[in-house]
Design a protein around this ligand. Structure first.
Ligand code: ADA
Length: 548
C-alpha cells in the first residue's frame, strides 16, 4: 500500500505482483525481485550503477492508472511496448495513465537508470547513496472517464473555530463533454458542486467548509480528520480520493516559530531514508521504529534531509505527532552543477512535486530546499530566491527555509522565512560552539536577516559503532562523540535566540565510494544509532539533553 489508510472507496485497485522480473546486463540471467526494493540489496549489484529493466504481467482493462511512489532515479514506463511516461528523480511519485486498455493480461515494463551524468544535477556522487530500482510502492487502478487527480486541504483558523479550504483537481479522460457532481467532505462536513469538463480538460474546484467542533492537531494529541472528493455522474459514484489532515497553524513572529499560536523549540534529528539491509526502500515497520526511537530520545521533530520522504513515513509522523521539516532534493551542489541546464528544471520539478504530493500532512511545519548549495555565490543565491518564490506560491500556509553553508556569506539571509545554518564546531574544527552561534547571529543581522528565527539545521560528530576509547579522546570513538554532542546541543538549546536544533544525524548511512577516504566503512558515521538502529553511547546522552 502506498499510504497507511485506504485512499479510495469507489476507485478500484488492481492486484500488483509482489515479485517482478529484473534484467540487468551484468547478471547472467533475469532474477525475481520484490517491488519495492533497491537493487543494491542483491549482492552482485551492491555497487551497480547502470540500466535495468523491471517487468511484470498484470490483468487490467479500460482506463488504467499506474502510480509509482518512487523510482531511483530515471524511469521509462511502457505498457505492451508503448511508452506511457518518463520521470526523473527518486523521491517523488508520478503517474502514467493508459486509456482504453483491452481486457486481458498486459506487460508492464519499467526501464530504470541510476547512472550519474550531465543530465542529472540532483543525483550526483554524494555523502549518501543514490540507489537504483523501483524503491517505493506501485499501485494500479481502474479509472472511469473522469477522475480526481489531486486533493488539497488547508486548515484555516476562523475566530474561535476552524474552516477547511478544499481544492480538488478533476481530470477528464473522455472525448466527450462531461457533466458530473463533486462532493467535497472535510471533517464530516459536505458540499456538493456541479462541474462540467470539456474533453480532456482539467478543472479545479475549491470550497471553504466550516468545520464546527473539531480539535486541533497538537504534538501530544495529533488528531486527524478525513477529507475526500467523490465524483458522481447521473447519481452513480464514479471516482473518489481520500486523505487525512489536521487543524493547526504555523507562523513566524520575530525570532519565534509559532505552532497553534505557541512558541516551539525544535529538538530534532536529521534522518536519511535508509536502513542497512534495505537501502532506501525502507519497510514501514522500520519507519515506525525510527519514530519510536527518536521520540524515546525526546525529539519533537525530524528533517527529511535531503529529499522528500515516502508518504508512509509522513503518515506515521502525522499519527505519532512528530513535526517534519520536509525538503526537496539537493545536497551540497557546486556552482558548476547548478549552472548545468538541467539543474533548475529538475530542482523546481522536485519542489513542485513535493508540495503537490505532501501538502495535506499536518506534521509538515516547514518546507526546505537546496541544502548547502553554493549559497555563498551570486548565481547560487539567485537559484535560492527562485526556489523560495516557488515554495511561497505553492503554499502560503507554511514558512520555508534552507540549510545554509557554515561559511555562507549571508546572500540569502533576507529571503527565507526562517534562517537555518549547518554548524560543525568541535568536529571539523576547534572553536567554542556558543561563539559560533553568536557569530552567525551577527552575520544574519548584518546580512539583512534581522530578527528572524534561527534553526541550527545540522550539528554533530562521528563515531564508529563499537569503537571505544576509555579515555574519551579519540575521534570516531563513541565516547568522543558524546563529549562533542554534549557541548553542541547544550549550547544550542540554552541559546535564547535559537529556535532549535536538528542533530546530524539519526542513523549512520551509506555514502558514495568517492567519499570513502573521509568516511570510515563508506558510511557517514554521525548517527546516534548505526544503520541497523543499534544505539551508540550518544543515544542516552541525547535522551538526557532533550528531556531537560
Ligand atoms: C553537511 C551536509 C550533510 C553531511 C554533513 C557531514 O553539512 O548537509 O549532508 O554531509 O555535512 O556529515 O559533514
Amino acid at each position: 500500500m502506498e499510504r497507511l489508510f485506504p485512499t479510495h472507496h469507489v476507485r478500484k485497485a488492481q492486484a500488483v505482483p509482489a515479485l517482478w522480473t529484473l534484467t540487468v546486463p551484468c547478471l547472467p540471467a533475469p532474477v525475481r525481485v520484490p517491488v519495492p526494493s533497491a537493487w543494491e540489496m542483491i549482492p552482485a549489484l551492491h555497487n551497480y550503477r547502470g540500466c535495468a529493466v523491471y517487468e511484470t504481467q498484470l490483468a487490467c482493462q479500460g482506463h488504467t492508472r499506474f502510480h509509482f511512489g518512487g523510482v531511483s532515479f530515471r524511469a521509462r514506463v511502457l505498457l505492451d511496448g508503448q511508452e506511457l511516461t518518463t520521470h526523473y528523480g527518486a523521491y517523488t511519485a508520478f503517474e502514467a495513465v493508459a486509456r482504453d486498455v483491452p481486457a486481458g493480461m498486459h506487460c508492464l515494463r519499467v526501464e530504470v537508470d541510476n547512472r550519474f551524468g550531465e543530465d542529472s544535477a540532483l543525483h550526483i556522487p554524494n555523502d549518501y547513496y543514490s540507489y537504483g530500482g523501483i524503491t517505493r510502492p506501485v499501485t494500479v487502478e481502474s479509472l472511469n472517464d473522469v477522475y480526481v487527480k489531486q486533493l488539497h486541504v488547508t486548515p484555516i483558523r476562523h475566530g474561535e473555530g476552524w474552516q477547511a479550504e478544499v481544492e480538488a483537481i478533476l481530470c477528464s479522460l473522455s472525448d466527450q463533454p462531461i457533466a458530473c457532481e463533486v462532493v467535497l467532505t472535510a471533517a464530516g462536513q459536505t458540499v456538493t458542486v456541479p462541474v462540467s469538463l470539456a474533453p480532456g480538460e482539467e478543472v479545479a474546484v475549491t470550497r471553504v467548509i466550516d468545520c464546527p467542533g473539531v480539535l486541533p492537531w497538537e504534538m501530544d494529541t495529533p488528531v486527524l480528520y478525513d477529507v475526500s472528493a467523490e465524483l458522481t455522474m447521473n447519481g452513480v459514484a464514479v471516482d473518489d480520493l481520500l486523505d487525512r489532515f489536521g487543524f493547526r497553524t504555523v507562523a513566524v513572529q520575530g525570532r519565534d516559530i509559532l505552532f497553534n499560536g505557541r512558541k516551539i523549540r525544535i529538538k530534532g534529528f536529521n534522518r536519511h531514508e535508509e536502513y542497512g539491509a534495505f537501502g532506501c526502500a525502507v519497510p514501514v515497520e522500520s519507519m515506525a521504529h525510527d519514530i519510536l526511537l527518536m521520540k524515546e530520545m525526546g525529539a519533537n521533530a525530524v528533517r527529511t534531509c535531503h529529499y522528500p520522504n515516502d508518504p508512509r513515513f509522513l503518515d506515521l509522523c502525522d499519527e505519532m505527532g512528530l513535526l517534519v521539516w520536509e525538503e526537496s532534493h539537493a545536497r551540497g551542489l557546486s556552482i558548476a552543477t547548478m549552472r548545468l541546464p538541467c539543474f533548475m528544471p529538475q530542482n523546481l520539478l522536485c519542489t513542485r512535486e513535493m508540495v503537490a504530493q505532501h501538502y495535506n500532512h499536518p506534521a509538515i511545519f516547514i518546507w526546505g530546499c537546496l541544502n548547502e548549495c553554493s549559497d555563498d555565490t551570486d548565481d547560487g543565491a539567485a537559484c535560492y530566491r527562485e526556489t523560495f518564490r516557488l515554495l511561497h506560491a505553492l503554499d502560503a500556509s507554511r514558512p520555508m527555509t534552507a540549510a545554509l553553508l557554515e561559511r555562507a556569506g549571508g546572500k540569502v539571509f533576507a529571503d527565507s522565512d526562517v534562517v537555518s545554518v549547518n554548524l560543525y564546531p568541535q568536529w571539523y574544527y576547534n572553536a567554542p560552539v556558543k561563539e559560533g552561534i553568536d557569530k552567525k547571529l551577527c552575520e544574519i543581522e548584518a546580512g539583512g536577516g534581522g530578527e528572524k528565527p534561527l534553526i541550527i539545521s545540522e550539528i554533530g560528530a562521528g563515531a564508529v559503532y563499537g569503537y571505544h576509547d576509555p579515555l574519551g579522546e579519540a575521534k570516531w570513538s563513541e565516547e568522543r562523540q558524546c563529549t562533542i554532542l554534549r557541548e553542541q546541543i547544550e549550547a544550542v538549546l540554552t541559546h535564547p535566540k535559537c529556535s532549535g536544533v536538528f542533530i546530524w544525524q539519526f542513523a549512520d548511512v551509506r555514502v558514495d565510494e568517492g567519499w570513502a577516504m573521509s568516511r570510515p566503512r563508506t558510511h557517514n558515521n554521525k548517527g546516534v544509532v548505526n544503520e541497523y538502529r543499534q544505539p551508540k553511547l550518544s543515544f542516552r546522552l541525547v535522551q538526557e539533553l532533550f528531556h531537560r
